[in-house]
Design a binder for this molecule. Structure first.
Ligand code: CU
Length: 694
């Protein structure tokens, strides 16, 4: 029953439940490791001169609770026929999820998918859920939501490639994710009323993992979600879109987008308090509560009126090509024609899920992370030719250069130990060291304009490291749950950390290394009603909002006038005025809204480019017309599929232009980097763009 691998120090606990993010019962959780199980987790860094006291002080008083118990239950065999069609196979009361690198099928149910539901299993109480690994990198198997009070919940594991299992007893909806790649979803509905009535029972209330965290780290602490609610239905809708590529928005197709394509013709039962409400699944996902309209108006596919300087690279991470079995390309868009000029798939190295990019100070190289792998890849920007493929560690997520040295720093999202940032020499000549940031598993860091400071978001430990290079040490600053991406003002005095699961942004004073404020993007109860719903879009009917649910990338404009945040659950773009830290505007985005970067607009000013995972369009935002972020507007939508004249090293075979994640406008015009550009690039910028703070 224990599916652990030999030698794993957690073997005896492989079906244990360790509280997410420290959980309700634990102190501000540190490593999510029960005491007495620290093998592989160094207690004290060996880095000389390290400001270790800061880290150690947070360990004191740490009381992690072992919540391990053996699970030994006799399993009964049942069928799971639903409304004439098996939704997904659960044989002999066992559901096996294969964890893969395959877009949409990250938690793929073993056996052929039926009705397109490759990641949703329907089963009865007592079903064993098994996770097995088929990915090139490590993943966690983590409860995202579950029926309130359910036995064996929440479940969580270390990042690993091996197997795990648990048994589900309590009826209702369970969604599992990976804390490293938090859009990987697998779900199980335990139907307590039997499986032959054609109705999926979602149960009365759900608990979200962050709501089990202490109030000190989650504004949603203690919140319980009834299943008849905007938030529950929105989460379910996002699950179905994420796990079915046929439900992604294909702007290149003449067919009308159907976000519910191939969903089975079955009913779901949700609860309004104690009152059951049964409705057809598709109706429930679109009409049961007052969900805001889904975006994706193809008429919006228009280029901006004013050209951009240079080009815009977008990681079309889910695009498939014929010459390799791993997904992903990097797509270059011309800022003059707004056409895709190049797609780089790198079949010769089987490039796997390219996630985020940066370039050298001469703008000649593209540094490309492979997030579902262990490599940093370097290719020539103008030829697409691969130059280097360097093993850096598990799940390399983001890469940026350091102003001055032009060294690279790559975060290792899958690294369980605290030496989780890799430093490479200029032009990625070689690995220089691994930097101890006091935590493992960082995602999207940001570097200061002078190269002195790096701020990492540490998703597993709800904190952020403010690392000072001259001191060769850092300090941990508390955030909310699952911090995922950092932005920084151009003078590097303020850092912003987007907390995915709490829909907040932690504001950090970089110099004093203190948290100074929290920006609430959800404003539940004020701007957003998690039960009644309505996230109002600019053309909406209810004067509520702005709202951003599940924020990801959040860079600050090179001139400091705006911060643009991509919110993946709400499918909205929020604009913050960094002068006041107020959310001043909301714009519609596509499902899976994810990446943001700023680039130079021709003749002055900036565009913010926004990518979405489950769409093949790049949104162009004018983030501060007339210098005012409250007037931010969408000024273009660019198709990311190949066009006539697009040069590529491989042939696209699936998910065309899909999976928008990391973005890299060339030239890099953030303060600090822009001053290092070759003259030929500077000549294309205005004086103000060359010196954004003057
Ligand atoms: Cu993962």
């Amino acid at each position: 029953m224990c599916g652990c691998v030999a030698g794993d120090h957690l073997c005896g606990l492989s079906v244990s439940k360790r509280a997410f993010a420290g959980g309700a019962q634990a102190h501000v959780g540190y490593m999510w490791l029960p005491q007495g199980l620290p093998s592989g987790v160094p207690e004290v860094s060996t880095d000389a001169g390290y400001v270790r006291a800061e880290y150690l002080s947070r360990r004191k008083g740490l009381e992690m609770q072992k919540v391990s118990r053996g699970i030994g239950l006799i399993l009964l065999a049942v069928g799971i026929v639903l409304g004439g069609g098996t939704a997904a196979q659960a044989d002999n009361q066992k559901v096996t999820f294969e964890i893969t690198d395959e877009p949409g099928a990250w938690f793929r149910i073993a056996g052929a998918p039926i009705n397109g539901l490759q990641s949703l299993a329907i089963a009865t109480p007592g079903t064993e859920v098994v996770f097995t690994g088929k990915s090139n990198t490590v993943h966690t198997r983590t409860s995202l939501l579950w029926p309130t009070g359910a036995t064996n919940m929440p479940f969580d594991t270390e990042p690993r490639k091996g197997s795990d299992s648990l048994v589900l007893h309590t009826p209702g909806l369970y969604v599992f994710t990976c804390k490293i790649h938090p859009y990987m979803f697998g779900a199980v509905i335990i139907d307590g009323n039997g499986l032959d009535d054609g109705t999926l029972e979602l149960g009365k209330t759900l608990t979200l993992v962050n709501t089990t965290a202490p109030a000190s780290i989650s504004p949603l602490s203690g919140f319980t979600l009834q299943t008849y609610s905007d938030l529950a239905v929105r989460l379910l809708r996002t699950f179905f879109i994420a796990t079915g590529p046929q439900r992604w928005i294909d702007y290149s197709s003449p067919a009308q987008w159907d976000p519910f394509k191939d969903l089975p013709d079955i009913n779901v039962t949700v609860y309004n308090g104690d009152v059951p409400v049964t409705a057809p699944l598709k109706f429930a996902l679109n009409n049961l509560v007052k969900l805001s309209p889904l975006p994706a108006d193809k008429a919006a596919l228009v280029p901006p009126g004013t050209p951009a300087v240079g080009e815009i690279w977008v990681d079309t991470q889910f695009e498939k090509t014929s010459g390799k079995n791993k997904p992903g390309t990097a797509t270059a868009i011309s800022g003059q024609t707004w056409q895709p000029t190049r797609k780089v798939a790198l079949p010769q190295i089987n490039m796997n899920n390219p996630h985020n990019m940066w370039t050298d100070k001469n703008q000649n190289l593209i540094y490309q992370t492979q997030w579902f792998d262990s490599k940093l890849t370097v290719f020539n920007r103008t030829t697409g030719k691969v130059l280097n493929n360097i093993t850096v560690g598990e799940s390399p997520a983001h890469v940026m250069t350091q102003v001055g040295s032009d060294k690279l720093h790559v975060t290792l999202n899958g690294a369980a130990d605290t030496k989780s940032v890799v430093e490479l020499s200029a032009n990625a000549g070689g690995i220089l060291r691994k930097i101890d940031i006091g935590e493992g598993n960082p995602h999207a860091h940001w570097m200061s304009h002078d190269g002195n400071v790096m701020v990492t978001p540490n998703p597993f430990t709800h904190d952020s490291t403010v690392y000072n290079f001259p001191n060769n040490g850092g300090k941990l600053v508390g955030t909310n749950v699952l911090p995922i991406a950092v932005g920084m003002t151009p003078d590097s005095t303020t850092a912003y950390v987007a907390n995915l699961l709490d829909s907040t942004i932690t504001v950090i004073d970089v110099n004093s290394q203190q948290k100074t404020a929290t920006i609430d993007l959800l404003k539940a109860g004020t701007n957003y009603d998690p039960i009644g719903g309505i996230i109002t879009l600019p053309d909406g009917v209810t004067p509520k909002g702005p709202v951003g649910a599940l924020p990801i990338q959040t860079p600050v404009a090179p001139d400091g006038k705006s911060m643009v945040t991509a919110n993946t659950l709400s499918g909205t773009i929020t604009i913050v005025n960094p002068a006041t830290n107020e959310v001043v505007k909301m714009l519609p985005c596509d499902p899976g809204c994810h990446g943001v970067q700023y680039g130079a607009k021709q003749g002055g000013g900036y565009y913010a480019y926004v990518s979405s995972k489950f769409s093949n369009a790049l949104i162009v935002v004018d983030p501060a017309p007339n210098g005012d972020p409250a007037q931010a507007a969408i000024v273009g939508r660019i198709l990311l599929t190949s066009a006539e004249g697009t040069v590529s090293d491989d042939t696209v075979t699936g998910n065309p232009g899909m999976g928008g994640q990391g973005i890299l406008p060339i030239p890099v015009v953030y303060n600090g980097w822009v001053q290092q550009l070759p003259q030929a690039w500077k000549d294309q910028l205005t004086t103000k763009q060359q010196n954004p703070l003057q």
